[in-house]
Ligand binder design. Structure first.
Ligand code: ATR
Length: 479
């Protein structure tokens, strides 16, 4: 079940939020700590109007909420609101008030006994959940996920604590996003989301994203999991390519973003969740190579991999960047209108770009911040190289390709070749797709250059990736 945390500062705003999202959620949480005034009559109206189960919560600041008053007055608020028609009340594990528990039971509320760790995942997480369960309540753990290892700990709960059928597991922060989307794989009864444009807790997604994009509530043990790994990765548009296409071909599958700090640990998580395949983005396109038991001809040639697939008991790496990059400039290449190309950057993405261009016999110049990396790639591919300051080497280029992460948040102000003046005849291609018009592209546009957007490549490589994940053709109407 998907639970919408109402974040309105008054009852009317909260009601509007529910109405906007009613189709996507099966529960709501009324957070008394977010209301500017706790007016029982208005809350009764809220409770009676919303016809799905409701959780009553009044969260303290130290647990991630906004309630700043004394503990005594907080418990008094709960005492006043419990009889108003809620289905659940959230009481923190340190609240030892038998009379409050009794009041909740008298009014037919189930108690969610929660604990919060805003710093990390405690080592005794499982013991704590068991202890809460022994009090006869629904245990809830909301913990800050700081690494893939932390996420592994949460996903293992499904098996380790299978004997506790009713529990709520929340992974906060960006590393916790997969835990929220795949909450059913932790054995969690439900997960929370916030109305569009608001966020009640770190990592809350909107109902549109949780429901319309990921269909998290439809995940079963049979659902095939795919994803994307990177750092940063939360800005990615790839889920919008894959999830609707899975749905269109009727495949029970989900594609989830994983923020990954350590690729080795991610492979452990991939085994735990039986992940079937994943995309690889900055900065892991080369980091994944040691873990691949089989690689395609392109990966071998390029030395970088953007797609990993399960292949019997092994992982197989392929590279769809190679053809994905070529697609938007295919006509120019076929018409031999690109003789000299300049590639900015020499990382994993640049490797695919340089090899693809060399495949068309283009003369390539690689300019990179770290010159030694440019030199290495240039020597492997028979190209020329230089530092970013050597803009004279760009003169006469028919194509300039920007492959670095400069231009994407948090580096949106950076144009890696700021001092270069476009002459207007170059085709200018930026692999960054968010924002669509990077600073680099804006400058090229002002000079009258033909632009190629990163989104075109993203979609082209994503379609090929989808086809290698599923063995099915990408649906025409979603192209
Ligand atoms: P990817 O797999 O997406 O190519 P990567 O392998 O980490 O990611 O490579 C990142 C590229 O962006 C590198 O060429 C990097 O330059 P260095 O080799 O000097 O690190 C480049 N890069 C990242 N941030 C940059 C910036 N602010 N200015 C210039 N180049 C940048």
């Amino acid at each position: 079940m998907l639970c919408l945390t109402l974040t309105g500062s008054d009852v009317q705003e909260s009601l509007n939020q529910y109405r906007d999202h009613a189709d996507a959620v099966q529960m709501v949480e009324v957070r008394a700590d977010l209301l500017s005034c706790v007016d029982e009559q208005k809350i009764v109206q809220l409770v009676q109007t919303i016809d799905v189960p409701k959780i009553l919560t009044c969260r303290r600041v130290r647990d991630g909420g906004r309630y700043k008053g004394s503990e005594r007055s907080r418990l008094q608020i709960l005492e006043r609101l419990i009889p108003l028609g809620f289905s659940y009340v959230d009481l923190e594990d340190d609240v030892k008030r038998p009379e409050l528990d009794a009041l909740a039971h008298e009014h037919g509320l189930k108690i969610i006994r929660s604990f919060h760790d805003m710093e990390g995942v405690p080592g005794d997480l499982y013991t704590r959940i068991v202890k809460l369960h022994k009090r006869g309540d629904i245990p809830k753990a909301a913990v800050m996920v700081r690494s893939i290892n932390d996420a592994i700990m949460l996903f293992k709960i499904e098996k380790e604590l299978r004997d506790i059928p009713e529990k709520v597991i929340i992974g906060m922060g960006d590393y916790g996003i997969p835990v929220r989307i795949l909450y059913k794989r932790t054995g969690s009864l439900f997960t929370f989301c916030s109305p569009t444009g608001t966020s009640a807790a770190s990592g809350h997604l909107s109902p549109e994203i949780m429901h319309d994009l990921y269909h998290s509530d439809r995940v079963t043990p049979e659902t095939r999991i795919y994803g994307i790994i990177g750092n940063p990765v939360m800005h990615t548009s790839s889920p919008k390519i894959h999830n609707p296409a899975f749905e269109r071909i009727g495949l029970d599958a989900i594609y989830v973003p994983f923020l990954v700090n350590d690729v080795r640990n991610f492979f452990q998580l991939a085994d735990l969740l039986s992940i079937q395949g994943f995309s690889v983005t900055v900065p892991h396109k080369q980091h994944v190579l040691p873990y691949l038991g089989k690689i395609s001809r392109e990966v071998k040639l390029i030395g970088s991999c953007n797609t990993v697939l399960r292949y019997n008991t092994l992982w197989k790496g392929v590279n769809t960047d190679f053809y994905g990059f070529l697609k938007p400039i295919q006509e120019e290449l076929d018409g031999q209108r690109i003789r000299k190309a300049v590639v900015i950057g020499a990382g994993g993405a640049a490797r695919a770009v340089v090899w693809a261009l060399r495949n068309y016999y283009c003369k390539v110049v690689i300019l990179n911040r770290t010159e030694a990396t440019a030199q290495k790639l240039a020597q492997e591919t028979g190209s020329s190289w230089g530092g970013l300051q050597e803009i004279d080497k760009i003169t006469g280029a028919d194509l300039i390709v920007q492959t670095t992460s400069a231009g994407m948040p948090p580096q949106e102000e950076i144009n890696p070749i700021e001092t270069y003046c476009f002459d207007g005849h170059e085709i200018v291609y930026d692999l960054v797709y968010k924002p669509k018009r990077t600073r680099f592209l804006q400058k090229a546009e002002a000079a009258g250059c033909k632009l190629v957007y990163g989104m075109d490549m993203l979609v082209a490589q994503g379609i090929l990736q989808f086809e290698s994940f599923t063995g099915s053709t990408f649906p025409d109407d979603l192209r």
